[in-house]
Design a protein around this ligand. Structure first.
Ligand code: ZN
Length: 222
């Protein structure tokens, strides 16, 4: 199924589908659970167009490459291109906010890290970025005060608060635009809090951006 960004009424948003730009290690509790270290400059990576899919459909995870972990993250949809943007320009370029999963093949990632190789095999495969609907930016006040939760089979797995980000949403987008030109229709994934773990076929996920939406979805194999 061809992916399109959708709004809170389930309607397609008139923006192209481009790339996903992601940050790793943006919450201290997740850095600690991974025994990682804080990166001085933000750790950035990308997912291609084919990584995006609608999270409300079944989530098809790879089944032959070891554990596939959940990482629930606040997602930001851009409506304007950005290059070397100021924070004000970055703020004005946001179409809306949602949630996304940065699906991660954890054993593959471990092997890549050990070898000093890039992470694409672990994080940038097809359908590795299931995305929710986007709520228009006007509905939001302080982006540094958003709470979000992932429950799996009725147990809370992740509970995040954007106040705890090391690199907050607006300055992060401005910084990203100094490394990569960002385009209208790009999505930014803003990092995962702690609580990553393996997904299994049949798992029921409930994903909530507090005060905005809650949706349910299911994990299937490929
Ligand atoms: Zn992530």
């Amino acid at each position: 199924m061809t992916y399109q960004h959708i709004d809170d009424h389930g309607k397609p948003i008139a923006l192209p589908v481009n790339k996903v730009v992601c940050i790793g290690r943006n919450y201290l509790d997740h850095i600690n659970e991974m025994n990682s270290t804080i990166s001085e400059a933000p750790l950035l990576f990308m997912k291609p167009k084919a990584a995006m899919c609608n999270i409300a459909n079944d989530i098809a995870i790879p089944t032959t490459l070891g554990p596939c972990h959940n990482e629930l993250e606040v997602s930001v949809l851009l409506k304007k291109g950005l290059k070397n943007a100021s924070e004000q320009e970055a703020a004005e370029a946001i179409w809306g906010i949602g949630l996304g999963l940065d699906l991660t093949l954890r054993e593959v990632q471990g092997a890549l890290k050990k070898d000093g190789q890039p992470w694409e095999r672990a994080k940038s495969f097809d359908n590795s970025a299931p995305l929710s609907q986007f709520i228009p930016i006007d509905a939001f006040g302080d982006l540094d005060d958003l709470k979000f939760t992932l429950t799996i089979n009725n147990e809370v797995r992740q509970s995040g608060h954007t106040a705890l980000m090391l690199h907050k949403i607006i300055p992060l987008i401005a910084h990203m635009s100094t490394i990569f030109t960002l385009d209208a229709g790009d999505v930014v994934l803003t990092g995962t809090p702690k609580g990553v773990g393996p997904l299994f076929e049949g798992d029921i996920l409930s994903i909530s951006l507090h005060d905005y939406f809650t949706l349910e979805t299911k994990v299937t194999g490929e």
